[in-house]
Design a protein around this ligand. Structure first.
Ligand code: HEC
Length: 289
């Protein structure tokens, strides 16, 4: 389709401005291509970007009993988002999706990124390899090209989020509108189910996808995975995966939380996943157990 507009084609222009343009913007926003991030070396050479040292409590290595602190070098994420997306990321209701090399996906409200001290780190300040210590998933995992970190010493409440807002190996970023998650809500969801949905999105859908929404680290949709699991097994699996499958690469639920909190969140996640399992049309029909 080609649309031409000449000075006397006022009607065409109205159509363009009132109907086609918003429609196009909507389509462009929902199927937005992710931005491939430049190599970190490009930032290091840029004198306009102030790289700074940020000491954090490393959530991938810390537990509620033991704090591991690491100092990283990074650039405030707000500065980089403005450089890469202009002001588009500051529009109301925008969420920023950080997409990792291995299919991990972390979604953070843009308002949180602009109001709290978040950085994209590209190195450790001590010159050690860009990896955290005491990695729970046992592999030695490089954090680059980019690692989203938060100054959780300056804002200690941030320590409670554990590692869920800390994606590493970030290679691409995409903006999206909040509220695209209506497909995740089971019909007639009660308050507990809605809380569980938020917990599941924050703690599980970084790696797994459910009804097509979420990360790609695990290939099968969680809605069909669930059909093979009883509540009791799933609870043990979420709290302590290695007790169910020694050597598994799935990490336990946020160990930064005290045990009581972990159990409470696990309970809400199970409650929500059950509602998904029993909502019609059931994904479990025809799934082998
Ligand atoms: C950091 C990534 C990550 C997160 C976060 C994560 N998982 Fe997993 N999950 C995995 C991986 C990787 C596997 C495959 C592990 C294996 O086969 O040993 C897996 C496997 C599973 C399985 C077993 C699938 C099967 O084989 O039947 C279930 C069930 C599951 N996850 C549920 C969850 C739930 C619920 C949450 C949130 C509380 C969660 N996962 C959070 C990465 C993750």
């Amino acid at each position: 389709m080609s649309i031409s507009f000449t000075p006397n084609s006022g009607k065409d222009f109205t159509l363009l401005a009132r109907v086609l343009l918003p429609l196009w913007l909507l389509c462009a926003a929902s199927s937005a291509e992710a931005l491939q991030l430049p190599a970190p070396e490009a930032l290091e050479k840029d004198p306009a970007l102030h790289r700074q040292s940020v000491e954090v409590v490393e959530p991938h290595s810390s537990t509620s009993e033991r704090q591991v602190r690491i100092t990283y070098v990074g650039v405030p994420v707000a500065v980089l988002l403005t450089r890469w997306f202009g002001d588009a990321w500051k529009a109301p209701g925008v969420e920023v999706e950080f997409l990792a090399l291995d299919g991990y996906r972390s979604t953070v409200p843009a308002s949180k990124l602009s109001s709290l001290p978040a950085f994209l780190a590209t190195a450790r300040a001590d010159g050690a390899p860009f990896e955290p210590n005491n990695w729970e998933q046992k592999e030695r995992v490089p954090l680059g090209p980019y690692y989203l970190i938060w100054d959780n010493l300056k804002v200690p409440e941030l320590q409670r989020q554990g590692s869920s807002g800390w994606p590493y190996q970030v290679a691409r970023i995409r903006l999206r509108q909040a509220g695209d998650d209506a497909t995740l809500r089971p019909p007639e969801a009660d308050a507990e189910t809605l809380l569980g949905q938020a917990d599941t999105a924050a703690n599980c859908l970084t790696c797994h996808h459910l009804r097509g929404i979420g990360g790609e680290k695990y290939p099968e949709d969680l809605s069909t995975v669930l059909c093979r699991w009883t509540d009791a097994d799933l609870q043990r699996w979420i709290e302590e995966p290695t007790r169910v499958r020694p050597g598994t690469s799935m990490p336990a639920l946020n160990r930064v939380w005290p045990e009581v909190e972990r159990q409470k969140v696990t309970g809400r996640i199970l409650h929500y996943l059950n509602a998904v399992k029993h909502s019609a049309p059931s994904a479990c029909a025809g799934v082998k157990r």
